[in-house]
Design a protein around this ligand. Structure first.
Ligand code: NCD
Ligand code: ZN
Length: 347
């Protein structure tokens, strides 16, 4: 008998859709399976104001495949010049669901991010007042801090002081990659949540580096040691409402990944749900997959639960996604887990 699993249609609470030809090419990979997604604002130039978020949302809606029911949940990119009133208006109208904090220089297109946290205090105070979540890329950028330690150091030196300074601020620790991140999230109240990506449940740093450098496994925060991957798997499958899916699916064309200075980002939109079913089954927690993909994130973002459903099916034949998605800007390689996956999304 075929094993099936029915879920409320999932939400991706951290997604990069880009713009122009890449957006057009990769958007169907998300809308095929997901009801909604929190859309990252790190375009060039970034999406800073409500007017820019409106225009970007309209470009996403215009690129939707025929008949797709998909709601982009927009975010604003926090800069030292961000206007608290603009943020509050964008939140009140329902346009914007979160503000994104990138420490300047932390990752792809983060040059306009925050250097001096005192300069964003008024915005954070207003967000705490109105309950608008701050999504945080949790890595310090200090040159002397080892790249594998940047998340843990960020928690102690930036995140915790920032939360103490702005009590009541609702925070999402984005794409946590360490057991330190898991432990910190667990020790807080319900004003803090954490997203976990698909790829960090599957790869550790050896996958990037052993036997030759694998540019398509390079992302930020970079995958850590195996013990951290295991902590993330335990958290994702724990059933705890503070942990939910944010794929951080981050397309870059192959020419920029397979490069002397390759871009950070794993593209997982195409196969995330089969991969997650595989992981949750391995952990003996298929019953908790729906919480991770479709319930916990909606609850934190105070969104209604999705009504449409999606069925996963375990078949004898493996699910083999296309190796690449062809976009007008060039091919984008789909994340390869390195093992066979037998879960399929039923069409
Ligand atoms: C993201 C991107 O490419 O925009 N890259 C990544 O490795 N995750 C930026 C980010 O979320 O850090
Ligand atoms: Zn991201």
């Amino acid at each position: 008998m075929t094993q099936t699993l029915s879920l409320r249609r999932p939400d991706d609470m951290h997604l990069h859709l880009r713009d122009g030809a890449i957006l057009q090419g990769i958007l169907p990979e998300t809308t095929r399976h997901f009801a909604r997604a929190i859309i990252m604002p790190n375009l060039v130039p970034p999406v800073v104001t409500a007017a820019e978020a409106t225009a970007y949302r309209d470009r996403i809606l215009a690129a939707l495949p025929e008949g797709a029911a998909f709601e982009p949940l927009m975010t604003l990119y926090l800069t030292e010049e961000t206007d608290p009133d603009d943020v509050a208006t964008a939140a009140a109208s329902g346009l914007v669901k979160a503000v994104k904090l990138y420490p300047a220089g932390a990752t792809t297109n983060s040059a306009s991010g925050v250097r001096d946290f005192d300069k964003v205090r008024a915005v954070l105070d207003r967000m705490a007042e109105i309950g608008l979540p701050l999504c945080v890329h949790g890595e310090v950028t200090t040159a002397s801090v080892d790249i594998f330690d940047r998340e843990a150091v960020f928690i102690d030196t930036v995140l915790d002081p920032l939360r103490r300074r702005t009590p009541g601020l609702r925070v999402v620790m984005e794409h946590i990659t360490t057991r330190d991140g898991v432990a910190y999230a667990r020790a807080q109240g319900d004003d803090l949540a954490a997203t976990i990506t698909t790829h960090h449940l599957i790869i550790n740093r050896n996958h990037i580096l052993v036997g030759g450098i694998k540019p398509h496994y390079y992302c930020l925060p970079v995958a850590k040691r195996e013990e951290h991957r295991l902590a993330l798997r335990a958290a994702a499958t724990s059933g705890e409402a503070r942990f939910f899916l944010g794929t951080d699916s981050a397309p870059h064309v192959d020419a920029l990944k397979e490069h002397a200075c390759g871009c950070a980002g794993c593209f997982t939109a195409t196969n995330t749900l089969p991969l997650l079913a595989h992981v949750f089954e391995e952990e003996g927690r298929l019953d908790r997959l729906e919480g991770f993909t479709s319930l916990h994130g909606a609850a934190f973002y105070r969104l209604p639960l999705t009504e449409a459903r999606l069925t996963l099916e375990k078949r004898d034949a493996p699910f083999t996604p296309p190796a690449k998605i062809h976009t007008g800007a060039g091919p984008v390689t789909v994340f390869d887990p390195g093992f066979s996956v037998f879960w399929h999304v039923r069409d």
